[in-house]
Design a protein around this ligand. Sequence first.
Ligand code: GLV
Ligand code: MN
Ligand code: MN
Length: 425
Amino acid sequence: MHNSISAIDKPGSNTSLRVDGARLLDRLDRLAEIGGSEDGGVTRMGFSEADQEARAHVARQAADAGLETTVDAGGNLLIRRPGDHHSSRRPPVLVGSHLDTVANGGRLDGAYGVLAALEVLQTLNEAGAETGCEIIAIAFANEEGALFPQPFWGSMVVAGRLDALPTEPEDYSGKPLRDALARAGGDLSHLRSATWAPGSLTAYLELHVEQGPVLERLGRSIGVVDSITGRTQLSVQVHGRAGHAGTTPMEGRQDPLVVAAQLILAVQDLAREEKLCRVATVGRLDVQPNSPNTVPDVVRLDIDFRDSDPARLSTAEETVREALASLARRGNVRVSVQTAVRTAPVQTNLRLREVISASAAELGLSQETLPSGAGHDAQIVADVAPIGMIFVPSIDGVSHVPSERTAPEDLIAGADVLLRTVMRI
Ligand code: GLV
Ligand code: MN
Ligand code: MN
């Protein structure tokens, strides 16, 4: 599979071709208005109304640019050049990212990679440029899992990891994914039709903001990603017994929120004290009935921990599960745990790294090789295709917050590197 990337074009061919930077920046501004709030944040959770609107908006822009769009059964938006039927038998290159966001997240996480992929396709199309194989842009559905807690939904479908997905997924409030997916143009009963077999793609490329401080600190414009962190996300439900805050004696209470609080501290210790994994976070807590004078009934919390070593991830998971069982016994509550996601750390393809690096060098851009501490659809697509990832610097290294920003010249440079990389493959 990997030697399918052996053909690098001759440097010098079409080197003058550049993306339309102003058009890319304008599209980023317009997309940020969908689900945008006054503080500059964007809330476009996967399969929400804002997400549907964003997908329709991008599909319209692609159609206006003379490109063809389809939605696969998993709800992924695919964009192609018309009549891009290659005489070469090399399978397509997929290029993209995601349009959904976390709650009150940034304007670039995911959106940048999709709009840059669209920009690359449009640039190639307008120039009538030949590529070594078909280039397909893709916006993966529900990468974040902010509303429907199935992160990497679209890429899991593409990679054929259907066994790891719930059969009838629901959002946090119990609404079925089946309906939301159908509204997006997908079909839960035919997910298999959206999968790509191993070897059926020449490569997958993803351009993304770094979301961390490394490139900015080093003063580099381009990051060549060498690996993506492993991640385990557990969804925990703690069932206690509701009661009156004024009359239920302290003795014998079954308070799930107290157990959840202890668990949150144990999760922090996992990374901070015990150093069993690189980072560990509880970012979401649901308390029912969430009333100031009622002992809660049920608490749901999501635990996210990450490391570049799968063995350490397993140990960390075991430790969390043991801590939870012991806290539940002490608090006299019942707990259930579901794995929302379990992804191994992955390496990007060495050959693709070289192509990205050569593309950046050809454009006279400074570069650094670095790992990704955030998760990306690329790590899932890695099951079926060689992957390559390009980063651009994040101002102040922040992401998943409204102040997420990247300098305009870096955004344009990243898209140009993506264009050159696509042309070199
Ligand atoms: C994806 O945004 C992640 O949580 O890393
Ligand atoms: Mn994200
Ligand atoms: Mn992202």
